[in-house]
Design a protein around this ligand. Structure first.
Ligand code: HEM
Length: 469
């Protein structure tokens, strides 16, 4: 695919501009109300618009052709934006998410085999077991914050499956550290001139403490694996023992990759499940359909990987959830060179912001887009959907490495929940919608009341499961 398409001499289509403040342009409009800014911008200006921000121009795109160019056809000519790398640096260092170029290629090659389908399939029993254990710890009639429950669960799953470690002992340290780090990152993302790490603010101090705690947990995991000298074939072993012509990974690179996978591997999944829970709770007819499918096909036994093929409606519910309220609601690239795509000229250095949230609201591709309608995800519908019109996991070379892992995990977890508890939101409770690093319901969480539907709540099963904890 030529970079310049059409040739530079051809007239280019004008790109509507959101002018904003005379000095700051759209910087604060975006930072103060990010999701509203993007959604309203697309409503007002169409499938592409630009605004000036402190560091240059940002282009917001939801046109599938341009989205697909950024993700796939022109992927070589875009990189992760410098500003995004700077934001991640203190936390993820040079891990896969912010990494680029040759270093990214090498790391990607080393880590990818850990996400092979057969290997992922082997994680299914752990996912089902941990979910059932979570449910067994609940009591009929009590109020719980589903978001908190599922964050703990996703963290346990990622640690056990990818690092073969039960974080039960470390989970509070990791959770607290993740909260402090996320807050510091959001702060960093929302301040045009971020404070340096050494700045003695309370938030910075907390972030440094949190990073130290995480580094300590990771260093202990690596040391234990090294001492054991055994390649268990899991991701941790890939990271600790993998070598290529350049030798093994440096200690620092190991730390960065492990931190990246812990972070990328649990927040996104947990928040997607939180929104799926909410959408099903609010759409009881869809919930009943999903319950019926599971009751008929699986009954009360634990859901296994082989059951998933027979549960298409469950998968449709997740796909629709990822369209309606995608955890990664926006991601960005920087043009390494001038791009000509779909008749538009995008200058070198421009930031290209792709919003799966805005794409999912595009009426051209999704009729009645605010409606939660899993039934729309038929094979024919997916076949006719243009490339770039559904990208909750991005696409192309930088597609989410954990996509298959996440889709399997979410089907097992959500399926187990639908099977055993009544999915609901506490009467009168409406969650907030915070467009931060991931789309989440904020501090008030997702309040629900525990009502069991069946079997897993039987005493004998609880006793066996709790005894194993
Ligand atoms: C519902 C769950 C998930 C969603 C919606 C999601 C979404 C995404 C998106 C949109 C990206 C691209 C971000 C960008 O380019 O700026 C990404 C990258 C990535 N994700 Fe996920 N993700 C999910 C779960 C996971 C899980 C479970 C793991 C690991 C266990 C994971 C690991 C990664 C990694 C390593 C990358 C960087 C890939 C690269 O650039 O080479 N993700 N994810």
């Amino acid at each position: 695919m030529p970079l310049t398409d059409p040739p530079r001499t051809a007239p280019t289509r004008p790109i509507p501009s959101h002018t904003g403040h005379w000095l700051w342009g759209g910087t604060f409009d975006f930072q103060n109300r990010p999701a509203e800014f993007v959604l309203e911008g697309h409503e007002r200006y169409g499938d592409i618009f630009k605004t000036r921000v402190v560091y240059g121009h940002s282009y917001f795109i939801r046109d599938p052709e341009i989205v697909n160019a950024v993700n796939v056809t022109h992927a070589k000519h875009v990189s992760k934006p410098k500003i995004v790398k700077q934001m991640w640096k203190p936390f993820l260092g040079n891990g896969l998410v912010p990494n680029d170029g040759e270093s990214w290629k090498r790391q990607h090659k080393l880590i990818m085999p850990a996400f092979h389908k057969l290997r992922i399939d082997a994680y299914a029993p752990t996912m089902a077991e941990y979910t059932r254990e979570m449910v067994c710890g609940w009591k009929e009639g009590e109020q719980r914050d589903f978001r908190k429950e599922v964050i703990d669960l996703a963290l346990r799953i990622v640690a056990k499956t990818l690092f073969d470690t039960d974080v039960a002992g470390h989970s509070q340290t990791i959770n607290d550290a993740m909260i402090d780090i996320s807050e510091a990152l959001i702060d960093h993302a929302q301040t045009p001139i971020p404070t340096p790490r050494w700045w003695p603010s309370e938030r910075n101090r907390r972030m440094v403490r949190a990073l130290d705690a995480m580094d300590d947990v990771i260093a202990r995991l690596v040391a234990a694996r090294r001492k054991e000298k055994k390649d268990r074939g899991d991701l941790m072993s890939h990271i600790v023992f993998a070598t290529d012509e350049q030798g093994g990974m440096s200690e620092k690179q190991m730390r960065d990759e492990l931190m990246t996978l812990i972070f990328a591997g649990h927040e996104t999944t947990a928040h997607t499940l939180t929104w799926a829970w909410y959408l099903l709770a609010k759409n009881r007819d869809k919930l009943r359909k999903a319950q019926q499918e599971i009751d008929e096909k699986v009954g009360g036994r634990p859901i296994g990987v082989d059951d998933l093929r027979g549960l298409p409606y469950l998968e449709m519910c997740l796909k629709e959830s990822l369209r309606r309220l995608p955890a990664v609601w926006i991601y960005a690239r920087e043009a390494k060179t001038e791009l000509h795509v779909a008749g538009y000229r995008i200058p070198k250095g421009a930031i290209l912001a792709v919003s799966p949230l805005a794409i999912g609201r595009n009426e051209k591709y999704y009729d009645n887009p605010l409606e939660f309608r899993p039934e729309r995800w038929t094979r024919d519908f997916e076949r006719q959907l243009p490339r770039g019109a559904y990208v909750p996991f991005a696409a192309g070379p930088r597609v989410c490495l954990g996509k298959q892992f996440a889709m399997m995990e979410m089907r097992i977890v959500l399926g187990t929940l639908i099977q055993n508890v009544d999915i609901n939101v506490l009467e009168g409770f409406e969650p907030d919608l915070l467009a931060e690093l991931s789309l989440n319901p904020g501090e008030r969480g997702m309040q629900m009341k525990v009502h069991f539907r069946n079997r897993i709540n039987q005493p004998a099963e609880i006793t066996t499961l709790l005894a194993k904890r």
